[in-house]
Design a protein around this ligand. Structure first.
Ligand code: IVH
Length: 694
């Protein structure tokens, strides 16, 4: 590789790493396995080491990921909350041991601890004068999001430490901080997903994802219901205004764990010690073999130098301690038969080959489908229908086919040629220059149209409830709609005449569609389906650009100056807006009133006379209602196209306050949110006082 190639590869890798970090930490929707991400980050680090002069500014390899979310207040950490150096094989563990010994001096004995690496979300919990004072996520390592109320719902996070807690520390202290990992037990995760599926909600991809989403939920009541767990692995004292001093630390990692247990905080009992690399290897193998018997997910083991004095001598880099090492377990694999390769056409026209597998047990679930990504990958890996294949599911996201076993072929397996036509509409399919993806080039392909409509109606986009896949396909087949703007032109009479519909369903759907222009601007940007723009990027764009015209005029340079937007995403956005068919799409949406002259960030909207008082609005119920139960009120509101949320936020439209309303009313009043009493709610719902009396 010459310098120019290295420069290009560095830029591409860096953009990829940034993108996957955003998907993982911000959007909570990772697209690749952790092991694949680790490989990308590693390639980037190796290339940076080979060409240090090409590393201009702060690379992601020198920073921890950033989970901050502007809906929560941020606060500084008492000391940086770092990550760990990863390793993937015993050779790397041996060289870690050698480095540690070299740096500590040949004579010194070393005791290592080995413990599970929990696959959850890092948390810092501060106690002041023995009382729970704050809980922070890692954030960018220096500042974290304050999620105290959510963490306080975890049963084992006690509100007060036992009397005499100060006695656990060698010197006088005012406060202390426990750090650890919040997670969702596998058993609880399975229950939760079953409940979600029964309620028609999207299941969580994996326990880690569910944990991250739950910690960033605005309603602590809901957090409590989800049933998070925690284990702690670090404890240090704080003095004078929550300052940390190295001198006050406990003498060893094991001492910290003992003190945590004495304070009544949960620690992981699976702890072993090792004196050299061979013993380390034994500990790692034992832990890996127990991996599946545990009711929580672990993605490896953490090796630490036990002695605090030795830790101090080894020190830290900006990203990780030099006295610790994460040993990542290999992704789990299983072998099965590839029955067929089917083709899926997405909303951007990309044709993805999908593996239809003989069902096989993998990491606790049964897998029967897996993504094959694209044709290039299919050819490179020489995967053929009928092959025996190895599938993996490291992070429990989408299982993937790792490789085929050509030695198991009987001669009947033939490579699948790249299709020349779209499997759905039969029109020409091709690759664009510089792209690996095969696309259907027909802009009116039903699969593409359906995909766009589904995206537009989605919960984080237009949130058009009642417009499921089934109805989208039907409306397309009837020729009623082709694009999102057509939804606004649906006819009430035609909808009402559909089998099983009637006027009420027709009205509900039309109201839900008519409410989309009032969605928060960020969700509307997301609804447009701009390539590479997820909800987090859409939120950034919404903050910077107050109208669709302003956004359409943005240059790639301007965009890539924004937080979280790299050159590739910036380019994707400007290319999209430059396309003539996109202009027509936007003009069409404008003509049906989807855009407002000046889009505002979400804020409380007063209920204006003449507007539908229920449909499209978000309600919060509080206090005791006299004539109907909360569940009845919720059902009535939802039936009319309104939404009921658990806690008051800027997005709340109306607070319905019964008897003894409590703090929600005060908060709503402070935010200027409309407050109704029960009588007003009944009037708007059209249920007279007597009708619902119990
Ligand atoms: S010790 C200075 N111990 O893994 C960092 N971390 O990949 C000290 N993790 O940020 C961390 N289990 O969130 C430690 N037993 C364990 C862990 C653990 C999971 C997480 C932690 C850390 C990340 C690094």
């Amino acid at each position: 590789m010459n310098r120019n190639e290295a420069r290009r590869r560095l830029a591409a890798l860096r953009a990829e790493v940034e993108r996957h970090r955003r998907l993982y930490y911000q959007e909570l929707a990772p697209e690749i396995e952790d092991s694949e991400y680790d490989a990308l980050e590693r390639e980037l680090a190796d290339l940076e080491a080979a060409y240090p002069e090409l590393v201009a500014d702060l690379s992601p390899t020198a920073r921890v990921g950033d989970d901050r979310d502007e809906r929560f207040p941020a606060a500084p950490h008492a000391r940086p909350m770092l990550s760990l150096q990863n390793s993937y094989d015993l050779a790397e563990v041996r060289s870690f041991d050698q480095r540690v010994r070299r740096e500590l001096g040949a004579q010194a004995g070393v005791v290592y601890t080995v413990e599970p690496k929990m696959d959850g979300v890092a948390i810092a919990v501060r106690y002041r004068d023995g009382a729970l004072a704050a809980a922070l996520t890692r954030g960018d390592g220096l500042r974290g999001d304050v999620v105290t109320r959510n963490v306080a719902t975890i049963a084992t996070v006690s509100a007060r430490l036992p009397r005499g807690w100060r006695g656990q520390f060698p010197a006088p202290v005012d406060a202390c901080e426990a750090r650890g990992e919040v997670y969702l037990a596998r058993s609880r995760f399975a229950e939760l997903n079953a409940e979600r599926e029964a309620a028609g909600l999207e299941p969580f991809a994996n326990p880690r994802n569910a944990t991250a989403g739950t910690l960033k939920t605005l309603d602590p009541g809901e957090v409590g219901r989800r049933g998070l767990s925690v284990v702690f692995y670090q404890l240090f004292p704080l003095t004078d205004g929550d300052r940390w001093t190295e001198a006050g630390d406990l003498p060893s990692h094991r001492a910290e764990l003992q003190a945590l247990a004495a304070l009544g905080l949960p620690v992981n009992p699976l702890l072993e010690t090792a004196q050299d690399a061979d013993e380390l290897a034994g500990c790692l193998a034992r832990l890996e073999s127990r991996r599946h018997d545990l009711d929580y997910q672990i993605d490896g083991a953490v090796i630490k130098v036990d002695s605090a004095a030795q830790q101090q001598r080894l020190g830290w880099t900006a990203k990780a301690p030099r006295w610790g090492l994460a040993y990542k377990f290999a992704a789990e694999e299983a072998t099965t038969r590839l029955r067929a390769i089917t083709l899926q056409v997405g909303r951007t026209g990309v044709i993805t080959p999908v593996a239809e597998l003989e069902p096989v047990a993998l990491a606790g679930t049964t897998v029967s489908r897996a993504t094959l990504h694209n044709w290039e990958e299919l050819e490179r890996k020489d995967i053929r229908p009928g092959d025996r294949v190895v599938v993996a599911k490291g992070g429990d996201i989408i299982p993937k086919v790792l490789r085929s076993l050509p030695e198991a072929r009987d001669g009947t397996q033939r490579p699948l040629p790249m299709p020349k036509r779209c499997p759905v509409c039969g029109q020409k399919a091709a690759r664009r220059e510089g792209e690996v993806a095969l696309r259907c080039l027909n802009p009116t392909c039903p699969a593409v149209l359906a995909g766009r409509l589904r995206h537009f109606a989605g919960r984080q986009a237009g949130n058009v409830e009642g417009l499921g896949e089934r109805w989208i396909d039907l409306f397309l087949a009837k020729g009623w709609v082709e694009s999102p703007a057509d939804l606004f032109r649906l006819e009430r009479g035609a909808l009402a005449a559909l089998p099983g519909w009637g006027e009420r369903s027709a009205d509900n759907l039309m109201q839900a569609i008519a409410a989309t222009p009032r969605r928060p601007w960020a969700n509307k940007i997301f609804a447009l389906g701009i390539p590479q723009v997820g909800i987090a990027t859409a939120t950034t764009l919404a903050r910077e650009y107050a109208s669709i015209d302003a956004l359409a005029r943005a240059t790639a340079d301007e965009l890539s100056g924004l937080a979280d937007i790299g050159p590739l995403v910036a380019e994707a956005i400007t290319t999209w807006f430059a396309d003539a068919s996109v202009r027509a799409f936007l003009a069409d949406l404008r003509s049906v009133g989807f855009f407002l002259a000046r889009e505002e960030q979400p804020a409380a909207r007063p209920v204006a006379p003449g507007d539908d008082p229920i449909a499209g609005r978000t309600f919060v119920l509080t206090g005791t209602l006299a004539g109907l139960t909360r569940d009845e009120a919720r059902a009535a509101i939802e039936e009319r196209g309104g939404k009921v949320a658990g806690s008051v936020s800027k997005r709340t439209d109306v607070l319905v306050a019964g008897e003894k309303p409590g703090s929600k009313q005060a908060k709503a009043a402070a935010l200027g949110i409309t407050i109704w009493d029960e009588t007003t709610l009944r009037r708007h719902l059209g249920t007279p006082e007597s009708a619902g009396d119990r």
